[in-house]
Design a protein around this ligand. Sequence first.
Ligand code: BDR
Ligand code: CA
Length: 312
Amino acid sequence: PRKIIIDTDPGQDDAVAILLALASPEDLDVLGIVAVAGNVPLALTERNARRVVELAGRPDVPVHAGAVRPLVRPPITAEHVHGRTGLDGADLPEPALPLQPQHGVDFIVETLLDAEPGTVTLCTLGPLTDVALALNRAPAIAPRIREIVMMGGAYFEVGNITPTAEFNVYVDPEAADVVMRSGVPITMLPLDVTHRALATPDRLDRFRALGNRAGATVAGMLGFSERFDKEKYAGAGAPIHDPNVVAWLLRPELYAGRRINVAVECASPLTLGMTVADYWRVTGREPNALFLREVDDAGFFDLLVERLRRLP
Ligand code: BDR
Ligand code: CA
């Protein structure tokens, strides 16, 4: 199985991504989870990550706390989307699993330095603060990272937090800039993909019908997200953002896109956090990312249902 570290700000859709990864041990070896400040403050995202790991019945997976705030900017949260707890709609107890004492950024650096080069993939589901801090602290990790697969950015589908920016990039654009310039192979799952993977009422019923606690929890969480997203963007249900990162690792044939250059706007007040995607290769800038644009959404939901069935 492919070794991954998940850096995340749970977040209902982050939670589903973690469940999908933990339900797929034959494909993915989750070395650890690092929580970052994002959708809600770090004190909640790290707690939520522990609740989700327990829901999956996997207390062997270590959960670390990473950055408490972006590199240079004040924190921005999204309680208007995710609720006060970040996991509204889920009915999960306080976690018994302890938080690891090691800082999440140290965990990322140490894991990469200890592993065979080219074997560890970083999956980022939130702002890129922890990965940027790790790259800045220990540049020697860059050539050792197999790939960074991120939920972030937007092209045609434009922004969800400002007219031009996607939330994860907008919250910490300087961190996203460090990552995009790092030379590490990158795959991006932007809003262009995730706004095509909608949790319609039929699909929520399929999760409910699984009959396990994970299925009921996923249906509850995605039903909560729908309250905000449905009217606003997509129309037919809430976009399921972060699980696309894990689904890409499991079934890349469900996705299509192209290798292009993506740069991050860090200065303009009007377009801060915009992912400037050179889709038609009009600059001389070398491609630095595989920018995905399409998803087989029926296949994506079949995969989710098939894998979540295995959980408690
Ligand atoms: C991203 O922002 C968060 O609200 C979601 O969890 C996802 O990672 C979508 O823009
Ligand atoms: Ca997220």
